[in-house]
Design a protein around this ligand. Structure first.
Ligand code: BGC
Length: 378
């Protein structure tokens, strides 16, 4: 056995009556940590935990198994100073009370389904119209962001990881089929947050799972993201109607404020987009399903850069338009445009748009989706 795999240390400590299990693995000079503590109790009395993962370079992520929410993500600036770059809350109660999907796993169907209806195999399915009584949004009344996932911390060759599993019952939130899902978050020693999604069903169904991180590369309490420079690897987007439902067209970004093919400040043309950016972009891909670069965001002050790679055909770029100071986050309230989201996904309302890439999963098939957020500085 190689020396670098030799030292594995497990310590159980009790901190203020809370059991926290710390597993420290020393691989040669690399050191990874996974820590578990109680985060809080759900309304029906179930305990939610908080896992802290640290990679060999000191990057740290906190994830709760309630909604698979990433509550904190600390990455270095160009001088090596760590700062938390995701919006969120300090306590479980606040996530339960009111959260615009901060850092959560979103499903079964992330984004919108028009009128909360779709037809599959000749049968019409009705879903909750949980967005202003008009659309089905982000999986419904109690989507994947509001359920408890089973969590299993793992040490992998790439870095510390947390495997989350959830079985969504047949008919849950109106969707057909029992869906067995796993989401693995890995904080790699290459300073990436890798998210691997898998699902299987026992009846034909539709799905579109994503992670809804709200990022501010200058730090979560540092103001708006309008000076962040964004590159989107997309020649086309899916225009939407006034209810943010795709019209079905696939339009060129050329000559529009949605052209981010060259890095451009998010705020440079945002006034030309009614309400701000909240659009699905059709990603340029070498081939369908390939893991390829979708987006790049750079914040000059800190030097932080985030690159997004995905196997998915689309990405939702949302410029935090609905943040309005009503969410008291980690030591600060969050105002309009204080974060951006880049949600790797299939196109919104695909169940009602047969010409969009299919979101149907059948028994015997496996849903697979990978997203990689790579952090660096320049
Ligand atoms: C949507 C926004 C929505 C936000 C929070 C994004 O994915 O596109 O319209 O406000 O999620 O729900």
């Amino acid at each position: 056995m190689k020396l670098k795999y030799l030292v594995t240390l497990a310590v159980i400590v009790t901190v203020a009556g809370v059991n926290a299990a710390i597993v420290t693995t020393v691989k040669g000079r690399e050191k990874m940590d996974i820590k578990k503590e109680v985060f809080g109790t759900t309304k029906d009395g179930q305990e939610a935990d908080l896992y802290t993962l640290r990679n060999a370079n000191g990057l740290t992520i906190k994830i709760t198994n309630y909604g698979g929410i990433v509550t904190e993500l600390h990455v270095p600036d160009r001088d090596g100073n760590l700062d938390d770059i995701v919006l969120g809350y300090k306590s479980l109660d606040k996530y339960i009370a009111n959260s615009p999907y901060f850092g959560a796993i979103v499903g079964r169907y992330a984004n919108r389904i028009a009128d909360g209806k779709f037809t599959l195999g000749g049968k019409e399915y009705t879903l909750a119209k949980n967005e202003k009584g008009i659309n089905h949004l982000h999986g419904g009344t109690k989507g994947f962001d509001k359920v408890l996932w089973e969590a299993e911390p793992m040490e992998t060759d790439e870095g510390p990881a947390l495997k989350l599993s959830y079985t969504s019952a047949d008919g849950e939130e109106g969707y057909p089929g029992q869906l067995n899902c796993t989401v693995i978050y890995t904080l790699t020693n290459n300073n990436e947050l890798k998210i691997n999604y898998e699902a299987k069903t026992d009846k034909a169904t539709v799905l579109n799972i994503t992670h809804h991180g709200y990022f501010n590369l200058a730090g979560q309490s540092s103001g708006d993201i309008l000076s962040h420079k964004l590159m989107l690897n997309a020649d086309f987007y899916t225009p939407v109607d006034k209810n943010l439902i795709p019209t079905g067209e696939i339009k060129s970004v050329s000559g529009t404020p949605l052209d981010f093919r060259k890095p451009t400040a998010i705020g440079a043309r945002i006034d030309q987009v009614k309400g701000g950016y909240d659009h699905n972009f059709v990603l340029n891909k070498p081939e369908r399903g390939a893991l390829s670069l979708a987006a790049e965001v750079y914040e000059k002050g800190s030097g932080r850069m985030m690159q997004v790679f995905t196997t998915e055909p689309g990405i939702q770029f949302y410029s935090g338009n609905f943040l309005n100071g009503s969410n008291k986050g980690k030591g600060t309230v969050y105002n309009k445009h204080w974060a951006f989201a880049l949600e790797t996904q299939h196109f919104p309302d695909s169940p009602n748009k047969p010409h969009f890439p299919s979101v149907v999963l059948k028994p015997g098939e496996k849903y697979e989706h990978t997203a990689v957020l790579k952090f660096s500085t320049k």
